[in-house]
Design a protein around this ligand. Structure first.
Ligand SMILES: [Fe+2]
Length: 270
């Protein structure tokens, strides 16, 4: 997507995110629900929705402060606190090179608040997309209610994650599907600063169109920016109504340094 396509940063407000040195509090990145909601209210959601419809991806600039980013990224090494349910070394599965960890429930406050508040903002687009694609599934306005549906269907494990890439690492093109229940949009937040912490390592999306060659998109992100994009497919307006395109995402090779991201997937895993 183009620079001009990016949405304006939110006005004002910080999460006062912090990782306490108190060992009991280390697993919690503090966030106030109202602060998260206020931050999200600062974006122009009509523009975000229009960008999602046009490109299948939109950027929320400066969603997190540098302090938020550092606090979240520092959780990666909190193995002893039991905040993660599993660690995945990508090369062992042919997923690429690098690693990630899935958070366990209860999620850190900031992750939990962002996941719930972003879901509520994105559910109308998800419903609009399903209607355009002729799919019957509709999404409730509350994330708690949607998670009940996932859990009743056996998708009970938390899917938010932290990813760590070092020099030479990359993530192959993929889709984050974890069972029958799929919320059609997801978010990734860049926690490192490009140019200072790492070089290379760009978020790449491909759009596979029917009877056409695939279209690549490179998403420019700054530290604290969130990219919102289609998980699996999205509707595109054609001359004779909507047609479906298939989306995949990955990360290009990190040339230098280390890159950390947080991923927010709204369905849970089987
Ligand atoms: Fe992914």
């Amino acid at each position: 997507m183009s620079e001009s396509g990016q949405t304006a940063g939110a006005a004002g407000g910080t999460f006062n995110a912090m990782a306490s040195t108190n060992s009991l509090a280390r697993t919690v990145v503090v966030a106030n629900e109202n602060q998260v909601a206020r931050r999200l209210a600062g974006y122009h959601w009509r523009e975000v929705e229009a960008e999602l419809d046009r490109e299948g991806v939109a950027v929320l600039q400066d969603l997190l402060t540098t302090a938020d980013c550092r606090a979240l990224a520092s959780l990666y090494h909190d193995d002893g606190e039991g905040i993660f349910r599993s660690r995945v070394v990508m090369s062992r599965h042919g997923f690429g090179k690098g690693e990630y960890k899935y958070f366990d429930y209860p999620l850190p406050d900031l992750i939990s608040q962002l996941r719930g508040a972003l879901y509520a903002r994105l559910a109308p687009t998800a419903n609009r997309w399903n209607e355009a694609l002729g799919l019957e599934v509709r999404y409730p306005s509350s994330h708690a209610e949607y998670l009940e549906r996932c859990h009743a269907g056996g998708q009970t494990r938390a899917t938010p994650l932290l990813l760590r890439y070092g020099p030479g690492d990359y993530n192959c093109l993929h889709q984050d599907l974890y069972g029958e229940h799929v919320f059609p949009l997801q978010a990734v937040i860049l926690l490192s600063q490009p140019g200072r912490d790492f070089e290379g390592g760009e978020l790449v999306l491909t759009e596979q169109r029917p009877r056409m060659q695939s279209r690549p998109l490179v998403v420019a992100l700054g530290q604290g920016d969130a990219a919102i994009f289609a998980v699996r497919h999205r509707p595109v307006q054609g001359a004779r109504g909507f047609y479906r395109v298939n989306m995949r995402h990955g990360v290009s090779r990190i040339r230098l340094g280390n890159r950390s991201t947080a991923g927010l997937i709204f369905h849970d895993s089987a």
